[in-house]
Unconditional design. Structure first.
Length: 129
């Protein structure tokens, strides 16, 4: 099992990538709305909007990881709590999945049967008296 610090680092990297993607898309939309040219910096796949989105995401992540002690403590506590979880084995997961699929199919057949009966009854005006 990886150490708590490794999981916290992985969380911050993943969160930074997600926030960078969202901020890049938002910056592109703002550029498009304001009719500002989104100049390509490192080829067509990395433009000014990418640089701004990535820069803002890194600033936010740096603040959350290093300056905001409450945010870092919260993530560390989440990792500590996840260590306490009793995760199911692969066999238990497969059994639970098969059970859910089987119960869903049985419920679908029963609901489909009643739906076809009530549909037939309503098509033949049995509910109008």
């Amino acid at each position: 099992m990886r150490s708590k610090g490794t999981w916290v680092f992985i969380f911050f990297v993943a969160a930074t990538a997600l926030v960078a993607t969202v901020l890049t898309l938002a910056t592109r939309e703002v550029f498009s709305f304001a009719r500002v040219h989104d100049a390509a910096l490192l080829g067509p796949s990395f433009a000014l909007s990418n640089l701004i989105g990535l820069g803002l995401a890194l600033l936010i992540a740096s603040y959350a990881a290093f300056l905001n002690k409450r945010a870092k403590d919260f993530i560390e506590q989440c990792v500590t709590e996840l260590d306490k979880v009793a995760w199911p084995t692969w066999a238990e997961t497969k059994t639970a999945t098969y059970t859910v699929v089987l119960v869903s199919l049985v419920a679908a057949v029963i609901l489909g049967f009643f739906d076809s009966i009530f549909g037939w009854l309503s098509n033949h005006d049995f509910f109008l008296g």
